[in-house]
Design a protein around this ligand. Structure first.
Ligand code: RIB
Length: 312
């Protein structure tokens, strides 16, 4: 197995709005779409679509959505041996509002995801030990995240931590044990308490994490590109200019694609450049997983436009 994603799945309830209603107001919205989402599942699907062998540890609800979520993962070739239903518990859901500027607002109700506990990692130990990388986000209990990080350290498996949604309770001693820490700007701001308005400020906040002991900090900055900081260097990789329709799940697209190329090549810069293309294509379509391109589409896009420039 190439990749183990230990994380969440959600049912995305996406409403495309003209504007948010005020308190007490009812507004008509132009359209609605139901989709498979959740940061963990999105990242697993992105890597799976590109051809990685992915296993996912996740918990679904004992409701009308649970079976469909597992089937959806399987349709992308993801190993769901450890994707289990929690009796008497609803699936995680995410009401999402996307405005005409393609910006989103997301609520999550974790449901069954709350039940993904450290014991599940023990159950999957034999299979997990064979993985080349472990990918984590913060939509499951923190105790499970910490247990997974320790598992990775013990078995010398690189760990990628996407601290989303940001939690101030995240213990930095564990963050420092991860090989890759991959926040977006707002998560970086919440986690460090430092401003991130300008690129200079993002660089300072990333260096603060590096000084604390994090090995690789990769900050996704939307149209401003990506900052990759290590103790020796900090580089910015440009973004592609595209007409964005819906940015939901673009961060997950980036992480899933990065992980795929990192496992294949161990070339971090190239993996960031490919992930930049994958995420850019994802925002040109509606939805989360459903907006992710195929490998052929990604290859064609990157070949036509060229890999994005890197600056110090
Ligand atoms: O990152 C996007 C995802 O956040 C959505 O798919 C939603 O389910 C929430 O988890």
């Amino acid at each position: 197995m190439d990749i183990a994603v230990i994380g969440s799945n959600m049912v995305d309830l996406i409403t495309y709005i003209d504007k948010m209603p005020k308190e007490g107001e009812t507004l008509e919205a132009p359209s609605f779409e139901l989709g498979c989402g959740g940061k963990g599942a999105n990242q697993a699907v992105a890597a799976g679509k590109l051809g990685s062998k992915v296993m996912m540890l996740t918990k679904v609800g004992d409701d009308i959505f649970g079976g469909n979520t597992i089937q959806n993962l399987e349709s992308f070739g993801i190993d769901t041996t450890f994707a289990c239903k929690v009796p008497g518990t609803p699936s995680g859901v995410a009401p999402i509002f996307v405005d005409p500027q393609s910006k989103n607002r997301i609520l999550i109700v974790k449901g069954a995801n709350q039940h993904l506990l450290p014991a599940e990692i023990d159950k999957a130990e034999m299979q997990l030990k064979k993985c080349s990388v472990i990918v984590l986000q913060l939509e499951i209990p923190l105790e499970t995240i910490y247990y997974a990080i320790d598992f990775g350290v013990k078995h010398q498996i690189p760990v990628i931590l996407n601290p989303a949604p940001a939690s101030k309770e995240l213990d930095f001693d564990y963050v420092c044990k991860c090989d890759f820490f991959m926040p977006n700007e707002s998560e970086l701001e919440i986690l460090t308490g430092m401003p991130v308005e300008t690129e200079e400020q993002v660089r300072k906040a990333a260096s603060y994490l590096i000084e604390k002991g994090v090995k690789n900090v990769i900050v996704t900055m939307g149209s401003r590109g990506v900052l990759w900081a290590t103790k020796d260097n900090a580089q910015r990789i440009d973004a592609y200019r595209v007409d964005a329709i819906d940015t939901t799940g673009a961060g997950d697209a980036f992480i899933g694609c990065f992980t795929h190329y990192y496992v294949q090549t161990k070339d971090i810069l190239h993996s960031i450049q490919m992930a930049t293309g994958f995420a850019a294509l994802s925002v040109t379509k509606r939805g989360t997983q459903i907006s992710y391109p195929t490998k052929d589409e990604l290859t064609q896009f990157v070949t036509e436009k060229g890999l994005r420039a890197v600056s110090q």
